[in-house]
Design a protein around this ligand. Structure first.
Ligand SMILES: *Cc1c(COP(=O)(O)O)cnc(C)c1O
Length: 468
């Protein structure tokens, strides 16, 4: 399997290079040169497999022969074995023909664990094979940092330094990062904002001698391996509901467009996905695009679903490339104009084509609380604010043929956002037993002012590089 860049100016690469590189050299995103497509018979043969086995079978189509399927199976079993639910991603019915695909049973209680847990193992495997080490630096406002730390802790070939803004994450979020005492994980509380943290990471990547010396790497949401690792759960749900012999629809609460893109990939691989519903909070650039071809950036406003408080959905470039008939010149041109002008000039024909499959939906904070309340009252189902946007979107935009089941991607555990859930239901969801002692665990982190030289010195002190 070879991968090409959406901007057409980078050489084709194999899976392992794409995993380690993240972004292509021309600023584009990697996609498979050709999509693997399974026949109806091949999909049927995957029905009923345990999650780790299904994941290994489908990941093998993306990794190619470089990583044997037996090796992948060892990794998927290790990645998902520690989840808090034996089904890994259970499918729970909440209404007639409406289902919640619970993607939040991993260590940090959010769907990012589904991909990150496997990514940490893939990184380690490829690096060990090559006799290389890397230093991952990341800035976080809370969620991504904890998922990345849980994925990389104790990995032999990885050192990790995570910057968070001091005092500006929730206590649960900080503790999920700072109570990981593994020797390869280092947390720094920067005396500044999240933007300061992000600028420091950018500056470290921009310091080319430093970047090369430390072998800096990133695990951000544009990494193709993260998208690939999200495809199996859409297949898992669709197969459980009768695919390939019965169509399904998905409703996905969306920020960076990574999660819903994986559903699109599952469809591209031959699963009968009828509709993809994109749910947004007030930061609804994607929903505005789908409703009226208006992809214009507005300032980010905080909401009850903070993991979707995003204005630039970086993974959208991959869909754009496909909508434009895989034309890299047109893709690069539109992306450059988007950066310069703050508005993405998507040709009308491409937009119309997108709307034949995708539908966009926006929900306010009040609507979100009302939906949490309703789900709890009518189905005794406790949803977090992100998931509630997905269920509300599903009910508003479900396919005309109401025999088609709609599956909502449930992206966070309700206990991860207890304040909103309590506000809606009067009930504060408890943390799962495996995290119940989070507030008693020992924390370890450094506090530093935001001077680049000091942060680089700290990274240098922690990175073992290849000299170790
Ligand atoms: C990251 C995240 C999202 C958004 O996912 P994208 O892949 O960025 O669209 C939604 N909900 C939760 C809880 C998240 O952590």
């Amino acid at each position: 399997m070879r991968y090409i860049s959406t901007r057409g100016q980078a050489p084709a690469r194999d899976f392992e290079d794409v995993l380690l590189a993240g972004l292509a050299e021309d600023g584009g995103l990697f996609l498979p040169e050709t999509w693997p497509v399974l026949s109806a018979g091949e999909w049927r043969a995957l029905r009923g497999l345990p999650y780790a086995e299904l994941s290994a079978r489908l990941m093998a189509l993306f990794t190619g022969p470089g990583i044997p399927e037996a090796e992948l199976l060892r990794m998927t079993r290790a990645a998902y074995g520690g989840f808090g639910h034996a089904a890994t991603a259970p499918l729970v019915q909440i209404e007639p023909n409406l289902f919640s695909l619970e993607l939040f049973h991993g260590p940090t209680l959010a769907f990012k664990d589904m991909a990150m847990q496997l990514l940490g193992l893939l990184f380690d495997h490829v690096l060990e094979k090559r006799g290389e080490r890397i230093t991952i630096v990341a800035a976080t406002s809370g969620d991504t940092g904890s998922a990345a730390i849980e994925a990389c802790r104790d990995r032999a070939a990885i050192d990790m330094v995570v910057l968070h803004p001091e005092g500006r994450t929730s206590e649960v979020q900080r503790r999920q990062m700072t109570t990981v005492l593994s020797s390869n994980i280092h947390n720094i509380a920067v005396q500044g904002s999240f933007d300061d943290c992000q600028d420091l990471v950018k500056a470290m990547f921009g310091d080319v001698p430093f970047r090369q010396e430390m072998r800096l790497s990133a695990v951000n949401s544009i990494n193709w391996a993260r998208i690939a690792a999200q495809v199996p759960y859409y297949a898992y749900a669709a197969l459980a509901l009768g695919a390939p012999d019965r169509p399904v629809a998905f409703s996905v609460p969306t920020g960076n467009f990574g999660n819903v893109l994986a559903a699109w990939v599952a469809r591209r691989m031959g699963l009968p996905v009828e509709t993809l519903i994109v749910g947004a909070n007030r930061n609804d650039i994607l929903a505005r695009f789908l409703v009226s071809n208006d992809m214009s950036m507005l300032p980010v406003e905080p909401s009850l679903s903070p993991s979707m408080d995003i204005q630039v959905s970086s993974n959208f470039e991959r869909l754009l490339f496909e909508l434009l008939g895989r034309d890299p010149v047109a893709t690069a041109d539109i992306m450059t104009r988007f950066r310069a002008e703050g508005r993405m000039p998507v040709p009308d024909a491409a937009w119309k084509q997108a709307t034949t499959l995708f539908a966009g939906f926006t929900l306010s904070d009040e609507g979100t609380l009302e939906e949490i309340r309703r789900l709890y009252a009518e189905s005794a189902y406790l949803a977090d604010p992100h998931t509630a946007i997905g269920t509300a979107a599903a009910r508003a935009l479900r396919p005309q043929d109401c025999s088609i089941p709609v599956v909502v991607a449930a992206t966070a555990h309700p206990a991860k956002f207890p304040d909103a859930v309590e506000q809606a239901t009067g009930f504060r969801p408890p943390l799962p037993a495996r995290l119940a002692d989070l507030y008693q665990r020992e924390e370890r982190f450094a506090v530093m002012p935001g001077a680049l030289a000091d942060i680089e010195a700290a990274v240098r002190a922690h990175a073992r590089r290849n000299a170790a």
